[in-house]
Design a protein around this ligand. Structure first.
Ligand code: ATP
Ligand code: MG
Length: 457
C-alpha cells in the first residue's frame, strides 16, 4: 500500500519536473525571443528588406512581361539574396552581441512562399517545402533544433508599365504576398535549462529520500509494535495458564480438607496441607517473578557478599535437587576446588542459576542430565551449565534473553512459562558486570555459560 503511494509520489514528482522543464524551456525561449525580436524592427533591417523587395519586384516584372520563366526568375534572384545575407549576418550578429544574452544564438529568416495575386488568380512563384531554406537570411541550422519565433505575411503592391504587343503602355499593379518565418536556435539551451533546474532536482531527490526513510521507519515501528503486541498476548495467555493450575489444585485440596474421612486420617490430612502449602508457594513465586520483571524496571540493587565458590555452588545444587522431585534429574558437577572467592548477591545469583537449571529440566528429556563446570580464568569466573534437552533453534538463540520471549515450537513442548526466566537471569548477571552466553544444538542440548568478574585484590 505504502509502496504504491511511493510509486505514485515518484510519478507525480517526475510529472512535475517534466512540467517545470517545459515551462522553464518556454519561458527561456520566450525571453530570448523578446530580446531578439527588436532586431527585426530596425531601420537597417527595413532598408535591407526594401532593397531585397525592389530586386524581387524587378524580377517579377520581367516574369509578368514574359521575359523570364518562373524558375529562371527564382534562380536569378537567388544570388542577390545571398549577397544581401552577408550584410544581414553581420548586422544581426552585432545586434545579438549588443543584447548580451550570455549564451550563443543562431538566427534565421527564411522565405516560405512568394505568390502573385492576379485578379483573384494565385500564381505561386516560390514555395518552400518544410526544411528547405532556399531563400535564407541568417545562419542555417536544422529545423528540429530551432524554435520558430514568428511567421509573417506581407502584401505589397508594385506598379509597373507594361508595353503590350500593340505598343500601348499600360499601367499595371502587381500584388505580391510574401510569407516569411523567423527561427532561432539557442545553442546549449538544454544545459542552461537543466542548470536552472538543479536546485529543483536536488530538492525533489532529498524529498523523495526523506519520504523513503520515513516510510522505512514507520514500517519498522509497525513491525515492532506488532511484535510487542504478540508478546503481550502470549504473556497474558501464559500467565493465565500458570495461575489456573495452582488455583485448581488449591481448590481440590481445600475441598478434600472438608472431607470427614480425610480429617480423620492425620497422614492424608497433612498431605492435603502440604499440597496447599506447595501451591501457595508456587503462586507466591509466580507473582514475585512477574512483579520483579514487569514492575521493577529500574536497575537491580545488589546486596553483595563474599562467598567461596565450591561451598556456595554445592549448596545451590543441593537445594535445586530438593526442589525437583517428579523428574529424574542427575547433576554432575566439576567444580574447580581452588577456593575462589566471589562477590555476589547470593539470593539473586541463586535465582539466576535456578532459572537455568529449571529450564534444563523443563525443556529436557525424561532423564535429565545436567553438567555443571566451573573455571577460573584471567577474565573471570565461569560457570557453564549444560543439559541434554531439546536445544534452542539457532534463529531463536539471540532472543531468548528478551522479556517474555519463548520459542514457538508448537507441537514439541507444551511446557508453559512466562518467558521471564532468562530475561531475569540476564539482568542479574549484567548487574554483576558479568556476561551470559548460550550455545545450543537442537535435539542435543544447550549450554549456558556465565562469566562473572573475580575480585581484584
Ligand atoms: P519462565 O522461565 O519465565 O517460566 P520460560 O522458561 O519459557 O518461562 P525462559 O526461561 O526465559 O522462559 O526461556 C525462554 C525460552 O528459551 C523458553 O521458552 C524455551 O523455549 C527456551 N529455552 C530456555 N532454556 C532452554 C533449554 N535449556 N533447552 C531448550 N530450550 C530452552
Ligand atoms: Mg524458564
Amino acid at each position: 500500500m505504502s509502496i504504491l503511494a511511493l510509486v505514485a509520489l515518484c510519478g507525480i514528482q517526475g510529472y512535475l519536473i517534466h512540467n517545470t522543464y517545459q515551462l522553464k524551456k518556454d519561458v527561456f525561449i520566450k525571453e530570448t525571443k523578446k530580446s531578439v525580436s527588436s532586431i527585426d524592427n530596425t531601420k537597417e533591417i527595413d532598408s535591407l528588406a526594401e532593397l531585397w523587395y525592389n530586386q524581387l519586384a524587378k524580377n517579377l516584372t520581367e516574369y509578368k512581361k514574359n521575359n523570364l520563366l518562373k524558375n529562371e526568375t527564382i534562380e536569378r534572384f537567388k544570388p542577390f539574396t545571398d549577397s544581401l545575407n552577408d550584410i544581414f549576418n553581420q548586422y544581426y550578429k552585432k545586434e545579438i552581441s549588443k543584447a548580451d544574452l550570455g549564451y550563443p544564438l543562431q538566427y534565421k529568416k527564411t522565405i516560405k512562399s512568394i505568390i502573385i495575386y492576379d485578379n483573384d488568380v494565385l500564381d505561386t512563384i516560390f514555395y518552400s517545402e518544410k526544411g528547405n531554406n532556399y531563400f535564407l537570411f541568417g545562419e542555417n541550422f536544422p529545423e528540429e533544433e530551432g524554435n520558430v519565433i514568428s511567421n509573417a505575411r506581407w502584401f505589397t503592391e508594385h506598379d509597373y508599365e507594361d508595353d503590350s504587343d500593340e505598343g500601348e503602355i499600360l499601367k499595371t499593379t502587381l500584388d505580391v504576398e510574401i510569407k516569411t518565418q523567423d527561427a532561432i536556435n539557442i545553442i546549449g539551451w538544454k544545459k542552461i535549462v537543466f542548470g536552472q533546474m538543479t536546485s529543483l532536482f536536488i530538492f525533489s531527490v532529498v524529498l523523495l529520500l526523506f519520504v523513503v526513510v520515513l516510510l522505512f521507519y514507520s514500517i519498522k515501528s509497525l513491525i515492532q509494535q506488532k511484535k510487542i503486541a504478540d508478546v503481550r498476548n502470549d504473556f497474558i495467555n501464559n500467565i493465565t495458564h500458570e495461575l489456573k493450575t495452582p488455583l485448581a489444585t488449591l481448590s481440590i485440596a481445600s475441598k478434600s480438607i472438608r472431607n470427614k474421612e480425610i480429617q480423620s486420617s492425620p497422614t492424608l490430612f497433612s498431605n492435603a496441607l502440604d499440597i496447599l502449602d506447595r501451591q501457595n508457594n508456587r503462586l507466591q513465586k509466580l507473582i514475585d517473578q512477574v512483579m520483579n520483571n514487569t514492575l521493577g524496571s529500574e536497575e537491580l540493587l545488589l546486596k553483595k557478599e563474599r562467598v567461596l565458590d565450591n561451598e556456595y555452588l554445592n549448596n545451590v545444587i543441593e537445594d535445586f535437587k530438593l526442589s525437583v522431585r517428579d523428574k529424574d534429574v542427575a547433576i554432575n558437577t566439576k567444580i574447580e576446588y581452588r577456593d575462589a572467592y566471589l562477590d555476589i548477591d547470593k539470593f539473586l545469583v541463586t535465582t539466576a542459576l535456578f532459572n537455568i537449571m529449571d529450564n534444563a529440566v523443563k525443556y529436557g528429556q525424561d532423564e535429565v542430565v545436567i553438567d555443571i563446570k566451573t573455571e577460573l580464568t584471567k577474565t573471570g569466573y565461569t560457570i557453564s551449565i549444560k543439559d541434554n534437552g531439546m536445544g534452542i533453534p539457532e534463529k531463536d538463540q539471540p532472543n531468548i534473553f528478551d522479556k517474555f520471549y519463548r520459542v514457538h515450537s508448537g507441537d514439541v513442548h507444551d511446557v508453559k512459562g512466562l518467558g521471564l526466566g532468562l530475561f531475569y537471569t540476564d539482568q542479574i548477571i549484567k548487574a554483576h558486570q558479568g556476561e551470559i552466553k548460550v550455545e545450543s544444538k537442537q535435539d542435543i542440548g544447550t549450554t549456558f555459560i556465565i562469566t562473572i568478574p573475580t575480585i581484584k585484590e
